[in-house]
Design a protein around this ligand. Structure first.
Ligand code: HEC
Ligand code: HEC
Ligand code: HEC
Length: 278
């Protein structure tokens, strides 16, 4: 008997191992009607704010149950019920997943002052929140809240023409490398022309932030004084024919500006693109 068990264990661990080697992760997309409850289809991220309220209401209910304050408990339970039911009104595809009867039972328990029973029911409700989150939270965040650069453009101050982000970016790489190559080979004029071009294009890029950010803060954080200080050092290095200084500060610039901005936007934008591919 125990030998069979051992064999089974061996076989299943082999299977597990095989599964580890080539693993696929399946991400379930949320129903299409969820989109209506996010910007830009909606003025606000209504869905997310409903979720924040649900969490607050759950907390209030459990705190007042612990304090045995049935009056306040009922007040928050009514709100919880309303917001929970609104899930199915906003996204009809999810109506059948909801555990409305649990909330009915919680109300009954509150009426009868059966607070322990209420707490047990609430834990069950919490599990039903979790099961939807496990399946859909990540894909909803990526699809509806990650920045979407697929149609973002940068307007050139010089030519007034609009260019797609991806084109602007390829140009950036070209210019940064040209500065490095030309300074190493002591072609100061070529390095300087590329630097001037890069500065102008960074200025143009700064004009694009406002399509998603209402404040100046974000632009200054990435494209502000720190960036200018590095580029001034690059300019000084080119003038002095000091390739080492150029290399050092163009490197600092690439980390502070290019890499920082990518860390914030690029991967999220790529993932959003992946999930939005019909
Ligand atoms: C049928 C699906 C579904 C159910 C049921 C559900 N949620 Fe959510 N919830 C979501 C989705 C989708 C998100 C991701 C929204 C986002 O981040 O834009 C989310 C996000 C959240 C967040 C934000 C999490 C964060 O990242 O900080 C909170 C809080 C939350 N839900 C609370 C609750 C509570 C509490 C319940 C149960 C009373 C609940 N949710 C039930 C789908 C659901
Ligand atoms: C297509 C829309 C879009 C564009 C264009 C855009 N961003 Fe963002 N950015 C976002 C989103 C979405 C976030 C995450 C917002 C959040 O969670 O607060 C973000 C976050 C940030 C953050 C970190 C969070 C913060 O608020 O401090 C910085 C810094 C930032 N962006 C800078 C910039 C700069 C600089 C530009 C222009 C060169 C820019 N962004 C252009 C969408 C965009
Ligand atoms: C707004 C902040 C931001 C700054 C600053 C920034 N990038 Fe990007 N970069 C992005 C985003 C967003 C993408 C993805 C664009 C897309 O999905 O179309 C990207 C993509 C790229 C790509 C890939 C282009 C492609 O064909 O998909 C390269 C190369 C690149 N950036 C280089 C740079 C360099 C070099 C710098 C610094 C001089 C820089 N970027 C500065 C946001 C930024």
């Amino acid at each position: 008997m125990s030998r069979i068990l051992l064999l089974l264990l061996l076989v299943s661990s082999q299977l597990l191992f095989a599964a580890e080697e080539e693993r696929e992760i399946i991400l379930q997309l949320p129903p299409a009607s969820l989109e209506k409850w996010y910007k830009p289809a909606n003025e606000r991220d209504v869905w997310l704010h409903t979720m924040f309220r649900l969490r607050r209401e759950m907390q209030a209910v459990s705190e007042y149950a612990a304090l045995e304050d049935v009056g306040l408990l009922k007040k928050w339970l009514a709100r919880l019920k309303k917001d929970y039911q609104s899930i199915g009104e906003m996204v009809p595809e999810w109506k059948d997943e909801l555990e409305n009867e649990l909330l009915e039972k919680m109300s009954m328990a509150a009426e009868h002052g059966e607070l322990e029973k209420l707490q047990t029911l609430q834990r069950k409700l919490g599990k039903s929140c979790q099961s939807c989150h496990v399946e859909y939270k990540l894909s909803a965040v990526l699809r509806y809240r990650a920045p979407d650069f697929s149609s973002a453009v940068v307007e050139s101050e010089e030519t007034m023409e609009e260019e797609k982000y991806s084109r602007v970016m390829s140009r950036f790489t070209l210019l940064v490398n040209r500065i490095k190559i030309a300074s190493e080979d002591r072609r100061a004029d070529a390095a300087m022309t590329a630097l001037d071009d890069l500065q102008q294009r960074l200025h143009d890029l700064g004009g694009s932030c406002s399509s998603c950010h209402k404040q100046e803060r974000q632009r200054r954080y990435i494209l502000g004084q720190q960036m200018q200080d590095s580029l001034d050092k690059v300019r000084e290095g080119i003038k002095k024919d000091d390739a080492k200084q150029v290399g050092r500060y163009i490197g600092k610039f690439a980390v502070d500006v290019c890499a920082s901005c990518h860390a914030i936007h690029r991967m999220q934008s790529d993932l959003r693109g992946l999930l939005s591919n019909e």
